[in-house]
Design a protein around this ligand. Sequence first.
Ligand code: FES
Length: 140
Amino acid sequence: MDYSEKVMDHFENPRNQGIIENPDGIGVEGNPQCGDIMKIYIKVADNRIADVKFQTFGCGAAIASSSMATEMIMGKTLEEAWELSNKAVAQALDGLPPQKVHCSVLAEDAIHRAINDYRVKQGLEPWAEKPGKKHCHESE
Ligand code: FES
């Protein structure tokens, strides 16, 4: 299987791996295709992601996707972080092998859950997932 140098770099040197004590939001997402799990912790200040960390119990592509996704949302507004798609993460990694694209969906979904966990704790309505959002983007 061919992984880009960026995937290998983020897999071997993951950024933002770990946990945040007393996070403002936590998102846990499992991949129904393989049973792997990703956990995202966020700290929010002034409506921005002030800190983000991840724990991924999964394959190398999922770890690389989590690492890249956390780098991409760090410092962003919650609205911007919500818009991060698994496609953008895969592109930032210079692509994933087709059979591994589903692994990057975990990051997008776990971030959404963390943001909504934060919103609910603030007494706000959770944001809705875009209608028609698929869990498997392999055909795109
Ligand atoms: S094979 Fe499970 S997330 Fe990649």
